[in-house]
Design a protein around this ligand. Structure first.
Ligand code: ZN
Length: 204
């Protein structure tokens, strides 16, 4: 399976990192080895001094598809959850400055934490709400209707370039409020008020 990720899909987050608003979705990927469970402590990798959380709505693909029509895009999704797109921000800033690919900063082992999935039929898909607590304090809150590119538009765009396969996941971008984690922090991700991720951070 593959993990497709979208960058800069919420205006306030793009501006907090001084990025221009994109004219089309910003896409990057993580390999399957990026996936990690929230059931064990999360060890901060030794190659970053500035590991950031990014809480995002995650879609799981249920059927093989390519070249999707907008009004059929939701049909290929068989699960909705939340995920943390961990980012080595210091490394990413260096790579971006040199115009180099982001993989070392975005696709490393443990860079993708994903909750259990719920059936899409359980959601009001235009208004999916999610939020992140860090040490019990709300640091990010998101609403799918605030996306610059809606979920159907993202899927349609991805399907122009990549065959979507059952089990693939799509990280749909993070709202404003990203920030650093340190040893001792606890992250809790919520989808529609229900906790889907609980992660204890420890120093490496
Ligand atoms: Zn992200």
């Amino acid at each position: 399976m593959k993990i497709l990720c979208i960058g800069r899909n919420y205006a306030e987050h793009a501006s907090e990192l001084n990025n221009p608003l994109p004219e089309e979705p910003v896409v990057f990927m993580k390999p399957e080895t990026a996936l990690q469970s929230d059931q064990e402590p999360y060890i901060i990798p030794d190659f970053t001094q500035d590991l950031h959380y990014e809480l995002e709505i995650v879609l799981r693909i249920g059927k093989k598809s390519k070249q999707l029509e907008l009004d059929q895009a939701w049909d290929v999704v068989d699960g909705i959850g939340i995920g943390i797109d961990f980012t080595a921000r210091d490394l990413q800033s260096k790579l971006k400055a040199k115009g180099l690919p982001w993989e070392k900063a975005k696709a490393f082992d443990g860079s993708a934490i994903v909750s259990n999935m719920q059936a899409p039929s359980e959601f009001d898909k235009d208004h999916i709400r999610f939020h992140l607590l860090k040490n019990g304090v709300e640091v990010q809150t998101g609403l799918s209707s605030d996306m610059l590119f809606s979920i159907p538009k993202l899927l349609q765009h991805l399907g122009r370039y990549f065959t979507l396969m059952p089990g693939d996941m799509v990280f749909t971008g993070t709202p404003a409020g990203v920030g650093r984690v340190e040893g001792g922090d606890v992250l809790e991700g919520f989808l529609e008020g229900k906790r889907g991720i609980q992660l204890a951070i420890v120093n490496g």
